[in-house]
Design a protein around this ligand. Sequence first.
Ligand code: HEC
Length: 272
Amino acid sequence: MISMKRTLLAALVFGALAVPALAQNKVPAPSTEAFEPKNPGWSFNGPFGMYDRGALQRGFQVYKEVCSACHSLSRIAFRNLADKGGPEFTVKEVAALAGAYKVPAEPNEQGKTTDDMGQPLTRPAVASDYFPPPFANEKAARAAMNGAYPPDLSLIVKSREEHEDYVYSILTGFGQKPPANEKMARGMNYNPYFPRHQIAMPPPLSEGAVMYSDGTKATIDQQARDVVTFLTWAGEPKMEERKQMGFKVMLFLIGFATLLFFTYRKVWHAEH
Ligand code: HEC
């Protein structure tokens, strides 16, 4: 009897020690699986979260001065930058911004869209124009980018798993040394937040790459947060409106439920 008790005890002790040890000993994930993205905390998350207006304006600046050299933003027209719930630049500011871009001109009086030299005719953009892409098409982009394709950024936050955290992690995930067992292909950059840890994009951000007019210090982290806020808005420009509507609906439902409750009480009170 005693020996059986001992055996049981031994088994229990062994179990208590072995189970956690086994759990820690699980097979390591393949080494090139993308790292879990970082979450720096966003103003726009949660049921009442709204975009930080300053971040939207600064983020637009980062897109314009850095990302737009390689990535298009095809779903955003200049006028959207003045929309409520967006960066909310003034109409005047938007006109000035647009005017600095050149877009393909409509056919001239001779019905032509090219000049004598065969060069495409252009005109200054206006508020209703969409952001002109940096390359004529995907083929031209790949030719310039060593075969890789910089995707359009309009829906990048929405279309990737882990959304804003993923884009933020990619932007801030450069600069680490690849582990010895990960051979880098030519022209690729190590970024453990990207699938397979190799990305054709060179590190796009550097300290002070832009000069913020509101005095915010342009660290890499700050630029990444700002441009990700801007790109989140670009993919979901009506988020603030949607949340405000949701809030109103909730208020209405609470009011309606309260009214029903008292009506019910009154009706049944009268019955008795
Ligand atoms: C010099 C050109 C260049 C610049 C500047 C650049 N990118 Fe890229 N980017 C690329 C290329 C090329 C790829 C495709 C990489 C690949 O497929 O390996 C890419 C990929 C990405 C991806 C990953 C997309 C995916 O498929 O998951 C994100 C996110 C991204 N870029 C965001 C940005 C942002 C934001 C900026 C501005 C801060 C920026 N990029 C600036 C060239 C550039």
